[in-house]
Structure formats: structure tokens, C-alpha cells
Design a protein around this ligand. Structure first.
Ligand code: 0L1
Ligand code: MG
Length: 260
């Protein structure tokens, strides 16, 4: 059997993504894939995408809410990259023919007005760097069968990233109490889950600080203009062809995607 290396994991994950197939957990065959190596794989996958012409537009956090952690059986948040190829414009359909088994989850999204570099970033300093807050929907799509993974696997797989939509309503952070910002997740007009912003690490700005500090330890800053997805507020829902998923926020507005 061929031994696993960072390079082999990168090639395998990219191949699963482009050929739209899933496979087993890499940690089952390569128990030495620890968290630090998972991030090495994640960064190397990003480098291949950038070499292929994609641009980094921000970062995402994953597994920041209890609902997501319980569903995935992992109690540790993680960070991953967002590129321009993942942007789904408002109103565009979820492209089912490009994805494997997508799910959709509601997110509170920040757009940064200033550079943020950890360590030492607090929720208050993080929020001070935010230009605007938006409703968001993330389309996740795991390269692991049945979304079954250990933490290093999902880190290597860029936190199941696929597509994301950012709502057009831009609200200055000072105008909101983000811990109390309520969200209804609806499928076909029926409410299937609810949460407030406090579901995300107690306050979404805590998630932003977490990302800035975690990336700072790896020598990376969050740049002005970057988009930050703070993590699914609720469990994600599968998207059947024709189904519309809506995130209805109290102050950030309403955002929908339909699968085609
Ligand atoms: O597949 C997953 O659920 C892992 C990524 C988590 C995304 C999120 O919590 O926002
Ligand atoms: Mg997410």
C-alpha cells in the first residue's frame, strides 16, 4: 500500500472534489495525520487552487456552535480558506451538478474594514475591525463519505467548503446586538431550526477573534476587505433539487438559495 504524505492527501482531496466522489477518512489509514498536519494539507490544497488561478477572499470558521459540534461529533472549532471560486452570487442556484452531497447552513458574516492580526485579539478589538455584518448561507460539501471525519480530516478538507452567499444588506456592527440576533432556518417555507448569534461561541465576534488568533499563530493576518464566515448557527440541511433554503434574520434580512 502507498504510504500517505501531505502531497498524497492534497492530491486525493482535490481529486475527490473535481471528480465528485467521496472516500474514507484519511486518519483511518494515516493515524499520524494530526491537527498540525491537517492544516499543512489545507494550506497546500489552497496553494494548488491559487496556482490554478483562484484568489483568497477570506476565511471561514467551522464547528463554532454546539448544534454543529454535536452533529459532527467534534467539539473543537476550526478555520479554513474562502476563495473567489466559492462565491455564489445572491439569487444564483446551488449547482448540484458540481457538488457531491451539499448541505446548507445559516451564518453571520463579517466583512473586515481593517487588518486583524493575532495573537492577542479580543472580541472587542475584532469587532472594531469589522466594516459590515451580513446574513450568510454556506453550502458545505464533504469529500468524506457521509460527512464522517475526525478533526484532522475535516481540517485537511478545508472544513467541507463548497460555496457561500453573502446577503446584500450591510449593517454596521455598532447597530446590532449580535448575540441576540435571531435566525430562522426554513426549508420550503417551513421553519426547521432556530438560533441566535450567541450560538456561535457566545458571540460571533468571539469566533472572529478565535480565527485571528489561530491564524496569527500560523503567521497569517486577516486582511481588510476579507469575508469571514463565523460558522453555522444551526445544523445544516440537505438540499434536494428544487428545494429553497432561507435564513431569515431579525436585523440582517433574509437570504435564500434554491438547488438546481
Ligand atoms: O462539514 C462540516 O459541518 C464541517 C464544517 C463546519 C462548517 C460550520 O460549522 O460552519
Ligand atoms: Mg459553515
Amino acid at each position: 500500500m502507498t504510504t500517505w504524505t501531505v502531497d498524497r492527501a492534497v492530491t486525493e482531496l482535490l481529486d475527490r472534489e473535481t471528480t465528485r466522489r467521496t472516500g474514507g477518512r484519511i486518519t483511518d489509514e494515516w493515524p499520524e495525520l494530526d491537527l498540525a498536519t491537517g492544516y499543512e494539507v489545507q494550506d497546500a490544497v489552497l496553494r494548488r487552487k491559487v496556482e490554478a488561478g483562484q484568489t483568497v477572499v477570506g476565511v471561514k470558521l467551522g464547528l463554532t456552535s454546539r448544534a454543529k459540534q454535536e452533529r459532527m461529533g467534534i467539539d473543537s472549532p476550526l478555520t479554513a480558506w474562502l476563495t473567489d471560486a466559492m462565491v455564489l452570487p445572491v439569487g444564483a442556484p446551488v449547482p448540484l451538478d458540481e457538488l457531491i452531497h451539499p448541505r446548507v447552513e445559516p451564518e453571520i458574516v463579517f466583512v473586515l474594514g481593517e487588518r486583524l492580526r493575532g495573537p492577542g485579539v479580543t472580541a472587542a478589538t475584532a469587532l472594531a475591525a469589522v466594516r459590515s455584518v451580513h446574513a450568510g448561507l454556506e453550502v458545505i460539501d464533504s469529500r468524506y463519505t457521509d460527512f464522517s471525519f475526525a478533526l484532522p480530516d475535516v481540517v485537511a478538507d478545508n472544513a467541507s467548503s463548497a460555496r457561500f452567499v453573502v446577503g446584500g444588506k450591510a449593517v454596521p456592527p455598532q447597530r446590532l446586538d449580535l448575540a441576540l440576533e435571531a435566525c430562522l432556518l426554513e426549508v420550503g417555507g417551513k421553519v426547521v431550526a432556530t438560533a441566535t448569534g450567541a450560538a456561535v461561541q457566545g458571540h460571533p465576534a468571539e469566533a472572529l477573534a478565535l480565527a485571528a488568533n489561530a491564524l496569527g499563530r500560523r503567521g497569517v493576518a486577516l486582511e481588510a476587505g476579507w469575508v469571514v464566515l463565523t460558522g453555522g448557527l444551526t445544523d445544516a440541511v440537505f438540499v434536494e433539487p428544487g428545494a429553497t433554503v432561507t435564513a431569515e434574520f431579525a436585523s440582517l434580512g433574509s437570504l435564500s438559495v434554491t438547488a438546481r
